[in-house]
Design a protein around this ligand. Structure first.
Ligand SMILES: [Zn+2]
Length: 217
């Protein structure tokens, strides 16, 4: 089942490491099939460069394993909550990327210091309240905080982004890491970064909807 999707998860897992969006075995990736209501997710505790397509676990959104002999990622509940909260989401990427995590430690959202924040679909990327990793409380905090945004910071932990494909969820995770880095670096100067007003961000969100061949940069 799902041979191509499993290969895609393996490839994007390696990209998480080579693009320096996560380290070690932290973070995880999933793809959702809305027809069968099944989710494919990376396994727990296997290094990305050691993960094989057959290690990818197929689960339903209630946490039952349908196929695979490996333990699923400890954040499978967080991924399942995303698909329940975001009906158009077909993939999710969770990372502990450096600058998103720095802001998450400060319990600070990614504010619109750069217009590309609009790619997540709202005027800022919110930060969800802290909850222990791998719990339903964390999943609930994340979906409660995200509102219209397709990305959310997880306090003292990292971030998660969803998209209409794995390529788009991954692109959003990478784009928000860029925005978090820009905002963080601007905060480190002795000047105050200018944050774009909400009405300008709403214009950019609209513009992105019709931008180029794809909405990503
Ligand atoms: Zn995590």
């Amino acid at each position: 089942m799902y041979e191509n999707e499993k290969k895609e998860i393996v490839e994007y897992g390696k990209k998480l490491i080579t693009d320096r969006l996560t380290t070690g075995t932290s973070g995880n990736i999933s793809i959702y099939d809305p027809e069968k209501k099944l989710m494919l997710i990376s396994p727990s505790g296997i290094a990305y460069f050691d993960t094989k397509p057959e290690d990818i676990v197929v689960m339903d959104l209630d946490g039952n394993v349908v196929e695979g002999d490996k333990k699923p990622s400890s954040e499978h509940g967080l991924h399942a909550a995303m698909y329940k909260a975001k009906p158009n989401a077909r993939a999710a990427v969770h990372t502990h990327s450096m600058y998103c995590t720095v802001l998450a430690v400060l319990h600070e959202p990614i504010r619109a210091a750069h217009y590309v924040v609009a790619d997540a679909g709202d005027v800022l990327v919110p930060c969800a309240e802290y909850q222990t990793y791998g719990t339903m409380e964390l999943a609930k905090a994340a979906t409660n905080a995200m509102g219209a945004s397709d990305a959310v910071l997880l306090a003292n932990h990292g971030m998660i982004a969803v998209g209409k494909s794995l390529k788009s969820a991954y692109g959003l995770a990478a784009g928000m890491e860029y925005c978090a880095e820009v905002y963080y670096r601007a905060l480190c100067t002795n000047k105050t970064p200018h944050i774009l007003p909400d009405d300008e961000m709403r214009r950019v969100i609209e513009k992105f909807k019709g931008y180029g061949q794809t909405k990503t940069k």
